[in-house]
Write a protein that binds this ligand. Structure first.
Ligand code: FMN
Length: 374
């Protein structure tokens, strides 16, 4: 490690024109605590505010659904479709900003993984393939997923428009940007993976075709929001219903990263189970160490990289920043256990272990202690 280039995780840094007070971001985490029709609640406001007060420079919200058709993934998930949603999020954004952090909304379409949609019982996906695995019980799911219908080209157009509308609504609500959810097995990721995408049109087949919809969504969103409004994307190999899925090696990663960069994205949010580990098992021709997915993304794109996955100590934060693998770290479970994670690390204080039983069971909704003086 080059000592002269040591990065201070507590010093300011920017994504495009968005100035952030440090390198710590809250990872997006669905907590099913909106009203049944998707209005963000007062407890969500207190919950998000506590992370901003706890020293996070950036808050990325939970995945938020984008239309009143098939995008909603979980019951009590918030939406960004109607005026009532915009109003609710406006208050949350204000509370985050007043506490000194910036706010990016994650916008999401569930595709085949929907398991609680207020507006529809049908699901749609690139192809009519029943998802692997079982529905998530802590989000009120039960049993197997249903088999989705194959999205028609006009439905795909509608979904692209819905992403644009959602971004415009997030901008209206006062957010600094949006993060398009292209990860974890949801709709856009279902296009990326060959086993969930059997299409024979322009959206299926080659790597370039499978990443096409992601690039079209990015371009359309970019064109319809203000230039300074941040448009990021989150991508991953693993999925909520298939943790161990891997892309087809560095070749596929290169195509994906190049296409996303060409579409005009402001940042890439890379999530892996452990951000620092080699991305693939494959050996390099010159037998070098296989890079982490974040490092690969950084080398190929030169874009701001947000890294996520098992970053839960000052050592892992420093590693991800100083090894030039990422520009920001996003913290998930360690943040749930310590809403003031950046402050604790800065003061070299002890952090609490994440207790999934206490926080996410029986259901993943917000618990009293998470929105009242954590
Ligand atoms: C309760 C919970 C909800 C999550 N919801 C989302 C989500 O809405 N969108 C998303 O992209 N990732 C979601 N994730 C994944 C996290 O953002 C993160 O990738 C994961 O927790 C691994 O990071 P960590 O090791 O820091 O916890 C969720 C994770 C948890 C624990």
């Amino acid at each position: 490690m080059n000592r002269e280039k040591r990065i201070d995780p507590f010093a300011p840094h920017s994504i495009g024109k968005l100035h952030l007070k440090n390198r710590f971001a809250l990872a997006p985490m669905t907590r099913i605590s909106a009203s049944i029709d998707g209005i963000p609640s007062e407890k969500m406001l207190q919950y998000y505010k506590s992370f901003a007060e706890g020293g996070f420079g950036l808050i990325i919200t939970e995945g938020t659904y984008i239309d009143d058709k098939y995008s909603q993934t979980y019951q009590y998930q918030p939406g960004i479709v109607f005026e009532k949603h915009i109003e609710g999020w406006k208050k949350i954004q204000e509370a985050i900003h007043e506490s000194g952090a910036k706010a990016i909304m994650q916008i999401q379409h569930s595709g085949a993984l929907s398991q609680g949609n207020y507006y529809s019982t049908k699901t749609i996906a690139p192809s009519a393939i029943k998802p692997l695995g079982k529905q998530l019980e802590f989000y009120h799911g039960k049993g197997e997923y249903q088999t989705p219908s194959e999205a028609t080209l006009s439905e795909i157009e509608q979904i692209k428009s819905a992403f644009v509308k959602a971004a415009i609504n997030a901008q209206k609500a006062g957010f600094d940007g949006v993060e398009i959810h292209g990860a974890n097995g949801y709709f856009l990721d279902q296009f990326l993976s060959s086993y969930t995408n059997l299409r024979t049109d322009q959206y299926g087949g080659s790597f370039e075709n499978r990443v096409r919809l992601l690039t079209e969504v990015i371009k359309d969103v970019r064109e319809n929001v203000k230039p300074e409004f941040i448009v990021g994307i989150r991508i991953s190999q693993g999925k909520v219903n298939d943790y161990h899925h891997k892309w087809e090696g560095i070749n596929e990663a290169e195509i994906i990263f190049n296409e996303l960069t060409g579409a005009g994205i402001d940042y890439l949010h890379i999530t892996e189970f452990n951000a620092a580990l080699p991305a693939f098992n494959q050996k390099q021709p010159d037998d070098e160490r296989v890079p982490s997915l974040a490092l690969l993304a950084k080398k190929i794109t030169g874009l701001p990289i947000l890294s996520n996955g098992s970053i839960d100590s000052i050592e892992s934060v420093n590693h991800m920043l100083n090894s030039e693998e990422s520009d920001f770290v996003t913290i998930g479970k360690a943040a749930l256990a310590n809403h003031n994670f950046p402050i604790l690390l800065k003061n070299r204080q002890e952090t609490q272990q994440f207790d999934s039983e206490k926080i996410l069971r029986p259901f993943a909704d917000l618990k009293d202690f998470e929105y009242s003086n954590n």
